[in-house]
Design a protein around this ligand. Sequence first.
Ligand code: GLU
Length: 339
Amino acid sequence: MTTVVGRLAPSPTGLLHVGNARSLLLAWLAVRHAGGRIHLRVEDLLPDGDVHLPALLADLAWLGLPCDPWQGQAFIRQSERAALYDALLAGLLTRGEVYPCVCTRKDIDLAARAPHAEDKATAYPGTCRGRFGSEAEALAFERQRAAEEGRPALGVALRLVVPDAPVTFTDLLHGPQTVRLPDDSGDIVVRRKDGGVAYMFAVVVDDWAMGVNQVVRGDDLLEVTGQQLAVYAALQRLSASELPAFQGLPSYVHVPLVLGDDGRRLAKRNASLHLGALRETGVPAQRLRAWLVTSLGMSPSEDFASLIDDFAWSRLPRTPVHFGVEQLRQISRTTGGRP
Ligand code: GLU
């Protein structure tokens, strides 16, 4: 039987809130229930992407979700894996799977509006596909244009050619999905103009490299899963020596997010619902865990072994759950029994 391998992949660009905690707990319980392994990967790709790393690690420790080391490391950081991403991008560039792109946001908006007004504004129209013979040529073009426009030259992005054929996958909660990437995203940015690798690429490289076969995350990422499958397909064609043998695509579970009192997804603006804020105001971790576990359709228990045992996908509510002032008041109560 295949061992289930999952990951917790938080970005330390923001502070974890109750909604993030719920998705992380679910991913963790699902793997532990299956007797599998779960690794922690810190997705700190953006410049200053690690400003909240100490807080993130403190939050995870407080929540109590120990992960398994990967290659001897307690957790990995994407910011330390640029050499792998760059080597794979170089291979894809040689194969013509990715190409240099000099388009600005303005170029893309204008091009998208003209002939394909019905397309989503975000779909890249493919302006730079086949336009430059090499990255150096694209860079020279950008430098000349910048000089003409009297601005500093930017770098050159890399985009992955997306397939014309629909991409399909089945999400455990959302069922069968079909995405036509040319209309949805267009060719995908896999390396940004500042030279940093894009989330869409790094997430797939790392899931592949770590042998992740079960992805559990918030359903705001359901709509980009098709793009990630296109990255998988390109990497499979590359058969790169830098990656272990392909083990198959992961299964995907996109979990409904937690909504605040305003009916919108919890986010950075809900500062009082960040785990650090809860901790500082004296909310015991077990009370938050009890709420989270209940919201996952399970009975609260302080005994992790029985929680793991009790876990079942079928219990998971299919609709968003709500966490606001009243829920905060309940878990903050210092007297009384369980919430
Ligand atoms: N790092 C991403 C985030 O925090 C999640 C990545 C993923 O699960 O694919 O939103």
